[in-house]
Each structure stands twice: as structure tokens, then as C-alpha cells.
Design a protein around this ligand. Structure first.
Ligand code: HEM
Length: 413
């Protein structure tokens, strides 16, 4: 029996708290045991990797309540690690300057405002045709190489990587190195790779420093140049932190969501694959429902109670950590009827929490939506006979990643 399954009992006092893992139920479900925890114990006790006894939220209303409540802090230095590979020597430290995802107001708002216009709906409308071109170039390269290919490395990664690198102004020659360092830094192998992660972080920090120096000396038409040459410019450290955060969050997430979206259509729902090919007008609805259904973000959002707070009849004490499982909350039957079914006609799919909720809701959700809609529609249009190149039983999950995905998705057409 898994730890999660043990926590399902109503005899709460006698039960072992949940211990979180990044395993998933099947290829596409939430971590084992969590999907049904939301029905019985939407706010459960959870044992963090350093022994801290905090909480795990798997219920939809409870997740929204925590994420909307500023009595819960996002500050890095208050966090306990949900996984042992996330432990840091000497304990957690404050977020580096600029890394506003792990800050509270007013610092969070100040930094977020510096970049929010670059990710607005208006800005995305201007970028859409360029993103379309980037996508077509990738598809042409895939076609020229011929099948089979791993869709993740040939399609899902290169599109968002190129988009965020060009938005930030990362030179072409640096991109491969970023990809490797980010992959290493954001892999969490239990008991294993704290040292490797620290080394990768140092490399990334040095690369960011060089990038900011380049933008100071030779400004271009990109976000980083804008930040360092603004009328009220940010410091080099702040610019490095902002760039680091945007790069780390900016392609792995979309790449995972894209690969998993195609995988579920090809392996489990050929009916929906056919429906989307026949009517590309369904793509927007499909992208929202796939965001809900797949919820690729692992182990987070994370919050810490700044005072005692009552949520769903339970008191979360000051200092206690709360981790929200978006994949479980997005399958809460109190919010989504028949939640384990992928349903393109779901009227309230848009109310999913895949991008979080409240003041820290994903800065780049419109960029993510734009890339996902364009890439999915173009892929199905170019390769109407797209199919897995291996039996679905051979597909496996890549463990220990911040965004849930397969090791690879070999396809043919
Ligand atoms: C499918 C793709 C994506 C998913 C599922 C996703 C998910 C999320 C979630 C759940 C949060 C909330 C974290 C919290 O409350 O603590 C978040 C925040 C954030 N995301 Fe995304 N994200 C995606 C794409 C992106 C991209 C492409 C970028 C950057 C280019 C990005 C940048 C950010 C930033 C900067 C924040 C912090 C916002 C804040 O604290 O105010 N995300 N994202």
C-alpha cells in the first residue's frame, strides 16, 4: 500500500501522513492515491522531506482558498522541501533578487509589473504569427528528417525554447548550454543529486551574468535589454534573477504539456484526435481541457501560513507549509463532473487551476495558451496520420521532473 493510500482513511489521527512523490497513476493521472484523496480528505497532513509536518491540498475549493489568501506566503526561506532532493545545505534561503515567484508583496508586485506587459493578451496577438512561423519551420524540419522521431525533442522542446530565448534575447550559441544546465538543475533525484543541482545552478547564474553584461553593452529589441536600459533600470542581479526565472519556467512547462497532450490523444482518445482534425475550431477548448486533465506542474504551488488560518474547517498553524496538488484539485468531482474523463465539451474547463490562482497565477499563461493552440493545430494539420511509433505499453514517465512528462514520445506519420 502506498503512503498516499494510507492517508485516505477517515481515522485521521491513526494515519501516517502523506509522503509526496512525483509518481503518477498511469501515464496521465495524478500521483497514486491523490485523485481520490480529494473526495475524503481534501486537506491532509503531509510529512515533508526534512520531517516537517505540514499539509497537502487535493481539493479544488481548498486549493483556491489557499492560493487567494495572502496570509499564506510564497517566500522561499519559509519553505520545507516536499522531496528530499529539494533539501538545501544550511536550510532554505530567500529567493535571489528578481525571482518574484518566491516573494510576497510588495516585492512580488514590483517585479511582476516590470515584465507583465510582455506577456499580456495584446502582446500575444502580436507574437502569434511569428510563433506560427517558428512552428512551421519545426514541422518542416521533422518532415525532412522523416519518421520516426521523438516528438518531445523534435517538436515540443524546440518551439517554446526558441520563443522564450528570443523574447529574452539569449544568443543562439548559448541555448544548448541553457537546456543542459536547466535539465540538470531541475531534476530531483531522491537522495542523489543535490551536488549536481548546485553545480548546474552555479553555471546558470554565471551564464545569466554574462547575458546581462551583453545586454548592457549591446542592447537589442528584447525583454532583458528593456529591463537594463529602462528609465528606472533594474540592477544586474535583479535582471539575472528575472531572466533565470523566465527561462527556467518558460519552456519545460509548455514542452511537457504539449508532449502529454499529443500522447493522450494518440494513445487513449483517437476519437478526440479525429474530432480535432476534422474541426480545428475545437482547439482552444481542447487546450483548456488538456491543461485541466494533465496538470503537469508537480510538487507545488507551495505556501507557508503567516498566522493561524482556518481552511475547510481545519486550522493551519502559523509556520506550517501547505503544498497544493493541482493535478488532484483539477480532478475534484465537487468542481468537475466525471473528472477523470477528458471531455472537450466541458463547460467549466476554463476554471481549472493548471496555471494556479490568485496573485501568483502564471505570468505567462497567455503565452503558454498561444503556443499550445498554434502548435497542436499545426501538428495535426501537417501530419493527419500521426501515430505512436511504439506500442503504448512501451511509453514511460520521466521521473523527478518539475513538470510531468514522458521519457519520449516516438511518433510516425
Ligand atoms: C503549460 C505551461 C505552464 C504551466 C502549466 C504553468 C504553471 C504555473 C503555475 C501553477 C504557477 C503558479 C505558482 C504559484 O502559485 O506559486 C505559475 C507561475 C509562474 N509562471 Fe507559469 N506555467 C506555464 C508556463 C509558463 C511560461 C511559459 C512562463 C515564462 C515564460 C511561466 C512563468 C511563470 C512565472 C514567472 C510565474 C510566477 C508568477 C508569480 O509569482 O507572480 N510559466 N506557472
Amino acid at each position: 500500500m502506498t503512503h498516499q493510500a494510507q492517508a485516505v482513511s477517515r481515522e485521521e489521527e491513526q494515519e501516517a501522513p502523506v509522503v509526496y512523490t512525483t509518481e503518477r497513476e498511469g501515464l496521465f493521472g495524478p500521483p497514486p492515491g491523490l485523485a481520490r484523496l480529494n473526495e475524503r480528505q481534501p486537506l491532509a497532513r503531509m510529512r515533508y522531506a526534512d520531517g516537517h509536518l505540514g499539509w497537502l491540498v487535493t481539493g479544488y475549493p481548498e486549493a483556491r482558498a489557499v492560493l487567494a489568501d495572502e496570509r499564506f506566503s510564497s517566500r522561499a526561506e519559509l519553505r520545507h522541501p516536499p522531496l528530499s532532493a529539494m533539501r538545501e545545505e544550511g536550510g532554505p534561503r530567500p529567493a535571489p533578487p528578481g525571482v518574484f515567484a518566491m516573494m510576497d508583496e510588495p516585492a512580488h508586485r514590483r517585479y511582476r509589473r516590470l515584465v507583465s506587459a510582455e506577456f499580456s493578451v495584446r502582446r500575444m496577438r502580436l507574437l502569434a504569427s511569428w510563433i506560427g512561423q517558428v512552428t512551421e519551420e519545426r514541422l518542416a524540419a521533422m518532415e525532412a528528417g522523416g519518421p520516426p522521431v521523438d516528438l518531445h525533442t523534435a517538436f515540443s522542446v524546440p518551439i517554446p525554447l526558441r520563443v522564450i530565448c528570443e523574447m529574452l534575447g539569449v544568443p543562439l550559441g548559448e541555448r544548448g548550454r541553457f537546456l543542459r544546465d536547466i535539465e540538470q538543475w531541475s531534476t530531483f533525484r531522491d537522495g542523489g543529486n543535490v551536488g549536481e543541482r548546485r553545480e548546474a545552478f552555479a553555471q546558470l547564474a554565471a551564464s545569466m551574468g554574462r547575458l546581462v553584461a551583453l545586454k548592457r553593452a549591446e542592447p537589442g529589441d528584447d525583454i532583458l535589454s528593456g529591463l537594463v536600459h529602462a528609465r528606472d533600470p533594474v540592477t544586474d542581479e535583479e535582471a539575472s534573477g528575472l531572466a533565470f526565472m523566465l527561462l527556467v519556467a518558460g519552456f519545460d512547462s509548455i514542452a511537457a504539456q504539449l508532449t502529454m497532450s499529443v500522447a493522450v490523444l494518440l494513445t487513449e482518445r483517437p476519437d478526440l484526435h479525429a474530432a480535432l482534425r476534422a474541426d480545428p475550431g475545437l482547439t482552444d477548448a481542447a487546450v483548456e481541457e488538456l491543461l485541466r486533465f494533465l496538470s503537469v506542474t508537480q510538487h507545488g504551488p507551495l505556501r507557508t501560513a503567516l498566522q493561524d488560518v482556518e481552511i475547510g474547517g481545519q486550522v493551519i498553524r502559523k509556520g506550517e507549509n501547505v503544498m497544493i496538488s493541482l493535478s488532484a484539485a483539477n480532478r475534484d468531482p465537487r468542481r468537475f463532473a466525471d473528472p477523470h474523463r477528458l471531455d472537450l465539451g466541458r463547460a467549466n474547463a476554463m476554471s481549472h487551476l493548471a496555471f494556479g490562482y490568485g496573485s501568483h497565477q502564471c505570468l505567462a499563461q497567455q503565452l503558454a495558451r498561444t503556443e499550445l493552440r498554434i502548435a497542436l493545430a499545426a501538428l495535426l494539420r501537417r501530419f493527419p496520420a500521426l501515430r505512436p511509433a511504439v506500442p503504448p505499453g512501451e511509453l514511460s514517465v520521466r521521473p523527478n521532473r518539475p513538470f510531468h512528462r514522458l521519457q519520449e514520445l516516438p511518433v510516425a506519420w
